[in-house]
Design a protein around this ligand. Structure first.
Ligand code: AOF
Ligand code: ZN
Length: 353
């Protein structure tokens, strides 16, 4: 570890080529694996080949670039490979990329951030031992932001948790008669669906399924299913009816028969989930908050007041102001405060305890 902080590039073009690799990385799909892009550049500064990782089980970015070069009859001897993550050192579903780079004859490897996954890390050392010039830390901030949730999940060995709340000014998520559609504007709903389309799983309580019968799919503004559908996870001890919409017909449904958020997260992590969005109901929200298992809060704040109804957050055991849960405004990923139609979208991260 620590290899990425070892050296800072003095080659001006390194940043620009890393930007290209970052631009390719985003074509991948999030999930069990990170988004990674790679660009191979010849001694004359011309791009020879490029590639990106398309998701768990498929070729890694460097391997994809090497394969693309081979397909075009392009020799990578003496080339520089730019890659947004430290090349892996292990044989997982694929790999190891460090060996593939050595075999391809590249003379220099520039990468952005260290691989925090213990099983895969160490590629930088392997490359150096083979006489390759290796530099880490180029565009590290951008690469970290790109895989923020994945990096957090791997470090914590549980999925990164986004908590979603759509509430009134007095923090209600449903009126006394149970009506909750729609507290927020269509713009907020569209934003929520855009998030659904890039996360690995949505989690709700079995009580919410019984009451609301949600579909939990990611839909575009014209109501079509988005290309990527998150796993639909229900937790809790209530049975999920056979005809519940959440079951769907694509096999992307799981019922976690537990009331313990940590246990639910552990099960999801084992299934390859690295980013989950918790969407309610109140009991599940309180359980995740009191267990300090929320990494990010996204609140769609509607300009309405109910005065009665269901509270978004129920008793967390806090009895005095000094014990309040503290959150900070998070400017990353869409900003801390944004107008969305008639609503405000608030983005927060837990304050360091
Ligand atoms: C790379 N390049 O493009 C990616 C890497 O099961 P596997 O074989 O797909 O390995 C997954 C691990 O490999 C993943 O957890 C991460 O540590 C690393 N991902 N490494 O050299 C890539 N996607
Ligand atoms: Zn690899």
């Amino acid at each position: 570890r620590g290899a990425a902080s070892a050296g800072h590039s003095k080659v001006p073009a390194d940043g620009a080529f890393m930007d290209q690799a970052l631009g390719l990385a985003i074509h991948g799909v999030r999930g069990a694996n990170p988004l990674v892009g790679a660009v191979a550049v010849g001694r004359d500064g011309k791009v020879l080949a490029s590639g990106w990782h398309r998701g768990a089980g498929t070729a890694h970015a460097e391997a994809d670039a090497i394969a693309n070069a081979a397909r075009g009859g392009i020799d990578l001897t003496g080339a520089t490979m730019y890659v947004t993550l430290e090349p892996c050192n292990h044989t997982g579903r694929t790999g190891p990329c460090a060996q593939a780079l050595i075999a391809a004859g590249v003379s220099r490897v520039v990468y952005a951030i260290d691989d925090p996954h213990d099983a895969a890390s160490g590629g930088a050392g392997t490359l150096r031992a083979a006489g390759i010039d290796v530099i880490g830390g180029v565009r590290a901030g951008e690469a970290t932001e790109l895989n923020r949730q994945w990096l957090g999940a791997v470090a914590a060995r549980r999925p990164f948790v986004t908590l979603h709340l759509a509430q009134t000014l007095d923090s209600r998520i449903a009126a006394e008669d149970g009506t909750s559609q729609w507290i927020t504007c269509p713009e907020s709903l569209a934003d929520n669906h855009a998030i659904r389309a890039r996360i690995d799983a949505i989690l709700v309580g079995s009580q919410t399924v019984a009451v609301d019968n949600p579909r939990l799919t990611a839909r575009t503004e014209d109501g079509q299913l988005a290309d990527h559908q998150p796993l639909r996870a229900v937790m809790g001890l209530r049975e999920v009816p056979d005809d519940a919409a959440v079951r769907g017909d694509d096999g992307r449904f799981v019922h976690l028969r537990t009331q313990d958020p940590a246990a639910a997260l552990s099960r999801l992590f084992d299934q390859g989930v690295r980013h989950v969005m918790v969407e309610g109901g109140a009991r599940i929200i309180a359980a995740f908050l009191s267990a300090n298992l929320v990494d990010e809060l996204i609140v769609y704040q509607a300009p309405t007041i109910l005065g009665s109804g269901k509270n978004a957050v129920t008793d967390l055991g806090v009895r005095t102001l000094a014990d309040a849960q503290r959150w900070t405004w998070d400017e990353s990923g869409g900003g801390a405060v944004r107008r969305l139609g008639c609503d405000l979208r608030l983005h927060l991260a837990p304050a360091a305890h």
